[in-house]
Design a binder for this molecule. Structure first.
Ligand code: ADP
Ligand code: MG
Length: 341
C-alpha cells in the first residue's frame, strides 16, 4: 500500500514552472530592474531610462535605444528557455552577453503584468505585445525596446508581503542600475520615480569620469589606478586609498568580464590587499574589473548570475591581491596631482 496522501507523479503546469523559476530570480523590484537593464545592454543600447512607480512594485519600465525585437519574435521573447544569445554548449562556455538563460522575461511575466513594445532596426514601425492576452498590435516608438512590468507579485502575494517600504525598494533599484552604470560609462542612464528624476548619469568619456559622477568628484583624487596583468587575466579599475575607506562596505564593486558579481575569492583578495593599511572595521572602496578567459570561469552557477566559479581560484586571488597592493604602493604621480582639486 502506498503511503497515505501520495499522488501520482505529474508534469507541473507551464505557468507554475515559470513561477517557481521566478522565485529564484526575482526577489524584489530591483531584480527585475537588473534583468531588464541586462537585456537593454545586450541589445547594444546607448541610452537607458528606468521609470518606477511605488518603489517599482506598481511599475517598472525600462526603455532602451538598442537593436529591438522583430515583430515575429515578440512572443518568443516571453517564452521560457528561448534566447537569441546562445545556441550551443560551446557558446554557453564562452558567453559574452549578460543574459543566456532565456528565462527572465518568462519568469517576470508569470508574476506580473508585462508589456513589450519594440521597434527592430530597419523595421517600418513598432509593435506592442500584451503578455497576458497575447494581443499584438502596431504601436509607435523609435528604434529600441520598452519593457513594462506592472503589479509585481500580484499573483504571488506571499512574496509581495516580504517587500519593504517604497523608499527601500527604490534604493535597491537605484543600486541595481548603479552597478551597471559603473561598468558601462559609455552608456547613459536615467532613473525616474513617480515622475521625478532621481539619478542621471550621462554617457562618459572615461571610466574615471563615470565613477566621479556616481561616487562624487572626490573619489578620483582619493583613489589609485589599478592595472595588472594582461590578455587572459587582467585586473583593472580604481581602488580607494586607505583614507577613503568607509564604515560600510557598500562601495565595493567587482566585475568579471563586465558582469557585477559578489564573490568570496575576489572580496577576500581585496581584504588581504588592504590588510596592512586599513585598521579596525574600515571598508575599502573600489571598482575593479577582472578580465578573464571565459573558459576559466563558470557564470552558470546561480540563476541570478551574481555568483561565479573560477577554475583556478588561487591564481585569480593572487592576481587581484597583487593588482591592488601594487597600485596602493606605487607613487601617486598623476593621481596626486589631479587630486585636491
Ligand atoms: P536572455 O536575456 O537570457 O536571452 P530574457 O528572457 O531576458 O532571456 O530575454 C529573452 C530574449 O528577448 C532575449 O534573448 C532577446 O532576444 C530578447 N530581448 C529581451 N529584452 C530585449 C531588449 N531590451 N532589446 C532587444 N531584445 C530583447
Ligand atoms: Mg535577459
Amino acid at each position: 500500500p502506498s503511503p497515505a496522501g501520495r499522488r501520482p507523479i505529474r508534469d507541473l503546469p507551464d505557468e507554475l514552472i515559470s513561477q517557481i523559476a521566478a522565485g529564484e530570480v526575482v526577489e524584489r523590484p530591483a531584480s527585475v530592474v537588473r534583468e531588464l537593464v541586462d537585456n537593454a545592454l545586450d541589445a547594444g543600447a546607448r541610452q537607458i531610462a528606468v521609470r518606477l512607480s511605488a518603489g517599482g512594485v506598481r511599475l517598472i519600465a525600462v526603455e532602451d535605444d538598442g537593436g529591438g525585437i522583430p515583430r515575429e519574435e515578440l512572443p518568443l521573447a516571453l517564452r521560457r528557455h528561448a534566447t537569441s544569445k546562445i545556441a550551443s554548449l560551446a557558446e554557453l562556455e564562452a558567453v559574452g552577453t549578460m543574459g543566456f538563460r532565456g528565462e527572465a522575461l518568462a519568469s517576470i511575466a508569470s508574476i506580473a503584468e508585462v508589456n513589450l513594445l519594440s521597434r527592430h532596426t530597419g523595421a517600418d514601425g513598432a509593435w506592442q505585445l500584451d503578455a497576458r492576452t497575447g494581443e499584438l498590435r502596431p504601436a509607435a516608438r523609435s528604434q529600441g525596446t520598452t519593457v513594462e512590468v506592472r503589479e509585481l507579485f500580484f499573483a504571488t502575494p506571499a512574496r509581495r508581503k516580504f517587500l519593504k517600504t517604497d523608499a527601500t525598494e527604490l534604493a535597491h533599484c537605484v543600486e541595481a542600475v548603479r552597478r551597471h552604470a559603473l561598468a558601462r560609462p559609455d552608456v547613459g542612464f536615467a532613473i525616474w520615480h513617480d515622475g521625478r528624476l532621481v539619478e542621471q548619469w550621462r554617457a562618459a568619456d572615461t571610466p574615471a569620469q563615470r565613477i566621479a559622477d556616481v561616487f562624487g568628484a572626490d573619489f578620483i583624487g582619493q583613489s589609485v589606478d589599478v592595472d595588472h596583468g594582461e590578455g587572459q587575466l587582467r585586473v583593472h579599475g580604481h581602488a580607494g586609498v586607505p583614507d577613503a575607506a568607509r564604515s560600510r562596505g557598500d562601495q565595493q564593486f567587482f566585475y568579471v568580464n563586465g558582469r557585477f558579481v559578489r564573490d568570496k575569492v575576489l572580496l577576500h583578495a581585496a581584504r588581504a590587499a588592504y590588510e596592512d593599511v586599513l585598521h579596525g572595521q574600515r571598508q575599502p572602496v573600489f571598482v575593479l574589473h577582472l578580465q578573464i578567459d571565459p573558459a576559466r570561469v563558470d557564470v552558470n552557477v546561480h540563476p541570478t548570475k551574481i555568483e561565479v566559479r573560477f577554475r583556478d581560484g588561487r591564481e585569480v586571488h593572487s592576481a587581484v591581491r597583487h593588482a591592488i597592493e601594487n597600485a596602493l604602493a606605487a607613487p601617486r604621480a598623476a593621481g596626486a596631482a589631479a587630486g585636491d582639486g
